[in-house]
Write a protein that binds this ligand. Sequence first.
Ligand code: SF4
Ligand code: SF4
Length: 354
Amino acid sequence: MSTKLSRREFLKMCAGSAAAISLAGYLAPFMKEAVAAGAPPVIWIQGASCTGCSVSLLNTVHPDIKEVLTKVISLTYHPNISAAAGDLAIKEAIYKVAETNPKNFFLVVEGAVPMGADGLYCTVGEEGHEPLVFKKLLTDIGSKAKAILNFGTCSAYGGVPATDPNPTDCKPVSAVVKNVPLVNVPGCPPHPDWMVGTIAHVLLYGDIPELDAFGRPKMFFEKIVHDNCQRRQYFDNAIFAKTFGEMGCMLELGCKGPFAHCDAMNRMWNQGNNWCVGCGGVCIGCTEPQFPGWPMYERLPEMPVGPATAVTADQIGIVLGAATALGIAGHLAGNVLTGRIGPKKADKSKEGEA
Ligand code: SF4
Ligand code: SF4
């Protein structure tokens, strides 16, 4: 795939994009060039989802992402913006495109895959007079794709629909489609730039970007939130907020920043306005496979408190740099010892009271 944009320049652009002009603004001309030169088509399908990933992407305003998706990218089908619907969409915009471009189209999947009741919890159309269930659509065309781009934590790791008790037996795409390259772009929802940048990479270079151990593009998910947090100095000085609105590190309020990977603190949300901790919330770790199965606003009981930190982090399935883990362990061990954090000790003045 030829492009005037080298991979080095592309990665620099992805890392530097923030605020006033979204990544779509920078990359649209290059994507247009790639499509004109014959880049593979893109099909977007939705399973068990809230449509939040699409809404997040459609919030990209510079330029209007609908223009980018429909006029710049050869997006043949998107459930929310395509004019085609019903049989026309299923037969012409999905199956026909997949069958005429074997191993030469990219499939974007939003939402988890309901497997219970033979898939009947999520029907997407009809086949003859029978319901066409999402798991069949995904299996039929996913196996023919050049690569599958899982947009959102639901398609990447199961997310909200697959959380206990999971009555519809939702699974991530990786449990359903095998032997096809997968890219996970998690987030609840993902930042528009993470989705645009990933689509741009596959269109411009014809292959998937470099991934981390959880299948996430390193260009967006290499950073640990905690290492780049604006409240980090509070953590370093053992100043912990006890309620929302207080100054201090939000660890005791459940912040998952030490375990979470993303670049929201640099990229910011809503056209560069703010990010999760910046607006007074905690990082809920929405880009991690454990999301949302961990207690959202409680400090994890497994949170590192001593030298066994690295083992604890491994047990909960998080890739955490050893230096970071040890740093957290040191800080937390000290703070637990001095009683700054951890379970509240009994108030001795009240001992003996009935
Ligand atoms: S625990 Fe959360 S609030 Fe505290 S420094 Fe880390 S990311 Fe920031
Ligand atoms: S900072 Fe945390 S909650 Fe916010 S997008 Fe990143 S992982 Fe999700």
